[in-house]
Unconditional design. Structure first.
Lengths: 298, 136
């Protein structure tokens, strides 16, 4: 999905050649992100037991999420909402096709399987796969020629200086990205039996440890261990500023996403509040990692 | 607000007040959660699961008779593979029995299920009890 500036004749050729490549990258992304789920038994079963209204809600929630994500990771400032919507829909469609094909090849979709179950299976799988497809199209494609990029930027700077070399990410957007990361990892593990089993095996003391570890990892990932794309604090900002402004809200986002995902997969039914909280804490652990990773990657 | 420049992100020094409000509310919720779990850790007694079963409905099924019930675990310990057996008792003799296994009956929670008999118990007594479980 490499798009240069409009109004060039080279540009058109560039785009027409890049569209199939973009689709290929999307498919690759959907595979990379979708395969772990496509090969998980619990997810096949979800196809028939997931409540249809909750499934519908998940599918609908996924649309604005993809559009926002497409808009966020879209290229340059020329990227419009319309293009974001188009990209989101393409990613969703790629995900549906890939999920269907893979499930079919795995012998999971046969003539004997009722149609409603097939739809259910594909729909559940398509959500994380669509996030993968979108990321595949942008992330796998974004490492285009660095020189070219520098040139582009220099050129633009020279032009009018309308595209600053700095971009401010609004706070809400930062939280949104964390939500996407958390949702993705949560969707991957939430349907498995293990989440419930782990929460039953854990004692409250284990849970306390897990909360602290999740928060520490979130903070460490983003600020301390300085990965590429890490966030830095300016010299005069005390460390606890970021802790309150980003890490705690980020963990809260992971917790809320966990609750939503567990509810969607009917994992919270009939359980006592403490049991629910334990499952939420267990799922927030991968969620927190996903949220932190999203801040770095996206 | 975060400033992104060439893949480095620097958090703004003068954040919007919304960021602080969100941060403090989140911190409060996290602390509440920790407090709740800490309370649970304090109260935990390690007592074995205690089940109680309550029949919630009965009626004809496709090929027999269905007795629905709730099983509750009052203890703070979760039980796995809980086997529930139901018997139709006819004058001290067991006329028919049926069995069902619950994967989990979580601590202080309720699960529900049903036993299927081939005959209508009618006025006869239906006895339902748990006969075993494992620790998860």
């Amino acid at each position: 999905m490499t798009m240069a500036k409009p109004g060039r004749s080279v540009e058109k050729r560039h785009r027409s050649r890049h569209f199939p490549i973009g689709l290929g990258r999307g498919a690759a992304g959907a595979m990379i992100f979708g395969i772990p789920m496509l090969m998980t038994m619990e997810l096949w079963h979800l196809g028939f037991y997931i409540g249809r209204s909750r499934l519908l809600l998940l599918l609908l929630v996924n649309i604005p999420l993809l559009v926002l994500l497409a808009h966020r990771i879209g290229f340059e400032q020329t990227f419009t909402w319309r293009e974001a919507f188009r990209d989101a829909m393409i990613a969703y469609a790629i995900a549906i096709v890939i999920s269907t094909v893979v499930l079919f090849l795995l012998g999971n979709i046969t003539a004997e399987v009722p149609f409603s179950e097939v739809i259910g299976k594909v729909a559940v799988q398509a959500v994380p796969a669509s996030i993968g497809a979108l990321l595949g199209r942008s992330q796998l494609g974004s490492h285009r020629n660095d020189d070219e990029e520098q040139e582009d930027k220099a050129e633009k700077k020279g032009d009018h200086d309308i595209v600053p070399n700095e971009m401010s990410t609004s706070y809400g957007r930062e939280l949104f990205l964390m939500g996407v990361g958390a949702l993705f990892l949560s969707l991957n593990v939430a349907p498995t039996e293990e989440i419930i089993l782990i929460s039953y095996k854990m004692t409250p003391l284990h849970a306390l440890g897990l909360i602290l570890l999740s928060i520490a990892i979130m903070h460490g990932f983003v600020y301390a261990v300085a990965f590429k794309g890490s966030h830095e604090l300016s010299e005069e900002t005390p460390w606890w500023h970021a802790f309150f402004r980003f890490t705690f809200p980020g963990y809260m986002v992971a917790v809320l996403i966990s609750i939503y995902v567990l509810w969607t997969f009917q994992r919270l039914e009939d359980a006592a509040p403490t049991q629910m909280l334990m499952s939420v804490i267990v799922l927030s652990f991968p969620g927190a990692i996903g949220a932190a990773a999203a801040r770095l990657i996206l | 607000m975060t400033i992104t420049a060439k893949n480095r992100h620097t958090e703004a020094h003068e954040p919007h007040w919304v960021e602080w409000v969100t941060g403090i509310v989140s911190a409060l919720i996290v602390f509440l959660m920790i407090a709740w779990i800490a309370k649970e850790a304090w109260m935990e007694d390690g007592a074995p699961p205690e089940f109680s079963i309550e029949v919630t409905g009965r009626g004809a099924a496709a090929d027999g008779y269905r007795v629905e019930f709730d099983i509750a675990n009052r203890a703070t310990t979760t039980a796995a593979a809980v086997v529930v057996r139901g018997e139709i008792v006819d004058g001290g003799e067991v006329a028919e029995d049926a069995e069902v296994t619950f994967d989990y009956v979580p601590a202080e929670s309720k699960s529900s299920g049903a036993l299927l008999f081939s005959q209508d118990p009618g006025a006869r007594e239906v006895r339902i009890r748990t006969i075993g479980y494992i620790d998860p």
